[in-house]
Design a protein around this ligand. Structure first.
Ligand code: IMP
Ligand code: MG
Length: 178
């Protein structure tokens, strides 16, 4: 795996420190709430797993799967729900946990969809915010790191389903994805 990596963008220690800080902020902000974390599969799972262990509150975890890029690195703009929540979120405090916001299309679709179910509140927590790639403005309440417009892998993020298990965020060599 290492020979495909051009450089490490965010080292493991930096991610762990930031995730801990986010968890502490969420703990502070959601006192007395009926908190449901909605993790977007598959990219969000590593972030979610670390984040929940820094949230010192009662909470539920739910998953949603949506269609993604496939093996391409360019946003298709096509978003489809492949797996839906198992619980009713009406009147509850929903926090979406995402790996990365790129164009914003995926999050816009998910947010609009969840809003129709009338949660008491809806916020977004993303590990990475690819700011220069944004096409759709959406408010992000909790952001781990802002990154430039580069394709990254690791810590849940994949290229063609690979590299999710890297403990850091890395930039792939361009020849890997052509
Ligand atoms: P958006 O709809 O353009 O915001 O794309 C969001 C989704 O695209 C994320 O949930 C990721 O699955 C995927 N994605 C966007 N940028 C990257 C990247 O740099 N590496 C891996 N996946 C990415
Ligand atoms: Mg994703």
């Amino acid at each position: 795996m290492e020979e495909s990596i051009a450089r490490v963008l965010i080292p493991q220690e930096a991610i762990q420190a930031r995730v801990k800080a986010l968890g502490e902020r969420i703990t502070h902000d959601y006192q007395g709430s009926d908190l449901v974390l909605v993790c977007v599969l598959k990219g969000g799972i590593v972030f979610l797993a670390d984040l929940v262990r820094h949230i010192d509150l009662p909470l539920e975890v739910e998953f949603m799967a949506i269609s993604s890029y496939g093996a391409s690195t360019v946003s298709s703009g096509i978003v489809r729900i492949l797996m839906d929540l198992e619980t009713n979120i009406e009147g509850r405090d929903v926090l979406i946990v995402e790996d990365i916001i790129d164009s914003g299309r995926t999050l816009q679709y998910i947010s609009q969809n969840l809003i129709t179910r009338r949660p008491s509140s809806l916020r977004i927590c993303t590990l990475l915010d690819k700011v220069p790639a944004r096409e759709i403005e959406i408010p992000l309440h909790y952001v781990g790191f802002q990154i430039p417009e580069v394709f990254v892998v690791g810590y849940g993020l994949d290229y063609a389903e690979g590299y999710r298990n890297l403990p850091y965020i890395a930039v792939l060599k361009p020849e890997v994805y052509g």
